[in-house]
Design a protein around this ligand. Structure first.
Ligand code: BJW
Ligand code: ZN
Length: 258
């Protein structure tokens, strides 16, 4: 593995720009549960069954309770060595662009901790846990106050002087919903331009995000995967390193950045 790490670091040292595609596994070392596998269970539900428009239509309170639980869980978590190493690499001047599937805000927090003020090199493909939007008028809202699940209090509504009173929903992208065209368009432009793609902690099964690595690979650029398990991305990867994100990513970052 040490040889593989050295090889990957060599590739990344020569590559510019670099696209980094991340998934739930990068935040696992911060204590954020992943989507699939053991950590993906909440009460008796699988995460994939709750992150859908149908689940929200059927039982918005249940889905809001789950998001509330996740928001509280993430609020107690901090970026780990992998988030910080990537932000530090950007802060050192490297042309590194991060497209994350995560809604936990930890890449943004790492950037702020590292002194990066330019948010333009981070795309949150699937939205954010910390926002809401109206199901009726689509207006975006701050994340609602904690949902009172105990006493039958109402669900969050589109409020304020311009609010329409419609039901708010989490500002995330569920299965069957299109990603924001500007966001996914920029991500594919980054994949087209990338001299290498570093893929960290994703099961690589959710499209269109997983397709970003494929686009980079099809152009002949290197794809380096960091994951304790093999995934569909392993098949196309130039190099696949079996390891955890917090342990491995910091060792991949080239020391000197011009
Ligand atoms: C570690 C680690 C450690 C553990 N270190 N690693 C073909 C083309 C296009 C679309 C489709 C297609 N086929 C099917 C579709 C539809 C669908 C899809 O992809 N389905 C697949 C499951 C088959 N895609 C969609 O529906 C998307 N929309 C769309 O395509 O719209 C088209 C459209 C156009 C026009 C009109 C209408 C529609 C939307 C996808 C949205 C995904 N949303 C979610 C929820 C977000 C909100 C929330 O978080 O609540 O996104 S689902 C969930 O999966 C979440 C994640 O971001 C995403 C990916 O999961 P991720 O990050 O890979 O996590 P895990 O848990 O799966 O994996 C963790 C990995 O970490 C594992 O590999 C571990 O081994 C590893 N790991 N510890 C490093 N320490
Ligand atoms: Zn509204």
């Amino acid at each position: 593995m040490t040889d593989q790490v050295g090889h990957a670091r060599g590739i990344l040292a020569e590559a510019s720009p670099v696209l980094v595609l991340t998934g739930a596994g990068i935040s696992a070392d911060s204590g954020v549960p992943t989507f699939r596998g053991e950590g993906g269970l909440w009460r008796e539900f699988r995460a994939e069954e709750l992150a859908t428009p149908d689940a929200f239509a059927r039982d918005p309170r249940l889905v809001w309770e789950w998001y509330e639980w996740r928001r509280r869980t993430v609020a107690g978590c901090e970026p780990n060595a992998a988030h910080l190493a990537l932000a530090g690499w950007q802060a050192a001047g490297a042309d590194v662009r991060i497209a994350t599937q995560n809604v936990d805000g930890l890449h943004g927090m790492a950037a702020r901790l590292t002194g990066i003020t330019d948010g333009g090199r981070l795309l949150e493909l699937h939205g954010t846990l910390f926002g809401a939007r109206c199901t009726a008028c689509a207006r975006r809202a701050e994340s609602p106050d904690p949902i009172d699940t105990g006493n039958g209090a109402g669900l969050p509504r589109c409020g304020g002087p311009e609010g329409c009173g419609g039901l708010l929903r989490p500002d995330v992208v569920w299965f069957g919903e299109p990603l924001d065209p500007d966001v996914i368009g920029t991500a594919f432009a980054w994949a087209e331009a990338a001299a290498a793609c570093l893929v960290v902690g994703t099961s690589g099964i959710v499209q269109p995000a997983a397709g970003l690595a494929e686009v980079t690979r099809e152009r002949g650029a290197a794809v380096i995967e960091i994951n304790p398990e093999s995934t569909p991305i392993t098949r196309i990867a130039t190099l696949s390193i079996r390891g955890g994100a917090a342990d491995t990513v910091p060792r991949l970052i080239p020391r000197a950045v011009s």
